[in-house]
Design a protein around this ligand. Structure first.
Ligand code: ADP
Length: 358
């Protein structure tokens, strides 16, 4: 019979070979309980809400590691519970978020805002704390897509964001009447974005998703000066002409030293509701191929779907997650993004990845 203290220590050592998906550091304080004897091992390990989308993978990684380390133990039980680790203030503006992700596109109309809002909903549904900042000054469509409208209020010296089913939301669209064009010069854009980041009561966030204006690098530059952006997600459609613009967007982010976290191919195929046949209206797989060539992670695809467009127009994007023809694609993107961040945290110490400016 193995000494149970010795066994316990060995189990702890095995758990420490696994990285926390959020920080990339070996599990330590997150090991909440270990009970081990010759017949069974039971562990309880905590996971932060940041990594909630990849909870299943985390659990199975622990099971695999324990099974490999203790092949003779008959029963291995892994329980994943919640581990609380609040976000720290980052950047000059001091927003408390663990990841700030810019969703961008080379040009308008490719579904950038749709992808940004969908990603936020998917992360929130998985259990993450998410905020959305609509910084698309030229066409703020997040109020339309979410159905959230209204006046922002002030509480003390902070602006209270509007609420989208538990997701704090701020949009340039809340400041200008719908249909009115925004004609702002660089400094004004810069100060508005600063206000949105510094003066809004975002609370403790895992992810701040920023819907960027298409093309231009102005806002990207402003943002990158104010806070350490975790990176950019580029949305594009599959046809050649759209890809050329997406490649330009990738180049722009690289120039201002913002990591490109991945590519999403939107409108990648269309399943005809009349006959169930699949048509590749804009072609298919172009973005995936380019991502592979340029070593950019491919986060996933979203098919052309009539209901998806209708729900966007109606401000009912959350309903996409009840639709089996759409939901798996959106959930897969959030999962892949989260896994991508976990992989890069494991590969680089987080301090190096998220320098605190100022
Ligand atoms: P962008 O932010 O790139 O300008 P939007 O997200 O506002 O684009 O999308 C433009 C239009 O295309 C919206 O009406 C939206 O509902 C629609 N749309 C986006 N993605 C899809 C899709 N996969 N299937 C059907 N319609 C889509």
């Amino acid at each position: 019979m193995t000494d149970s203290n010795e066994l316990n220590t060995k189990v702890q050592q095995t758990l420490k070979t696994i990285a926390d998906p959020e920080t990339g550091r070996p599990l330590k304080n997150q090991i909440h309980a270990v009970a081990a004897d010759d017949d069974s091992i039971s562990v309880e390990v905590g996971l932060t809400s940041f990594a909630a989308p990849i909870r299943d993978k985390f659990k199975s990684d622990i099971e695999t590691a324990l099974t490999k380390a203790f092949p003779d133990v008959g029963s291995i039980n892994v329980t994943v519970t919640d581990h609380d680790r609040p976000a720290q203030p980052i950047g000059q503006v001091g927003i408390t978020a663990k990841a700030v992700i810019a969703v961008a596109a080379g040009k308008g109309g490719v579904g950038k805002s749709t992808a940004a809002v969908s990603m936020a909903i998917a992360l929130k549904r998985a259990g993450c704390k998410v905020g959305i900042l609509d910084a698309d000054v030229y066409g703020p469509s997040v109020p339309q897509l979410t159905g959230v409208r209204g006046q922002v209020a002030k509480e003390g010296n902070k602006i209270v964001p509007l609420d989208f089913d538990g997701i704090p939301l701020m949009s340039i669209g809340f400041l200008v009447p719908p249909g009115e064009a925004v004609i702002w010069r660089g400094p004004m854009l810069h100060s508005t974005i600063t206000t949105f980041l510094r003066d809004v009561a975002w609370g403790d966030l895992d992810y701040l998703i920023i819907d960027m204006p298409p093309g231009t690098g102005d806002i990207a530059l402003s943002l990158s000066q104010m806070l350490p952006l975790t990176g950019a997600v580029i949305v594009c459609t599959p046809q050649e002409v759209a890809l050329i613009d997406a490649i330009k967007a990738v180049g722009m982010f690289r120039k201002v030293k913002i990591p490109v976290l991945g590519l999403i191919e939107n409108m990648s195929s269309f399943v005809c509701p009349d006959n169930g046949k699949e048509y590749d209206i804009f072609g298919k797989g172009g973005a995936k191929k380019y991502a592979g060539q340029d070593k950019i992670p491919f986060l996933g695809e979203i098919p052309i779907n009539i209901q998806l467009r209708e729900r966007g127009d109606a401000g009912e994007m959350a309903a996409n997650f009840e639709d089996k023809n759409v939901a798996p694609y959106l959930e897969a993107i959030a999962k892949t993004l989260c896994q991508q961040l976990a992989d890069s945290a494991a590969a680089n110490p987080p301090q190096a990845q998220l320098p605190v400016l100022g």
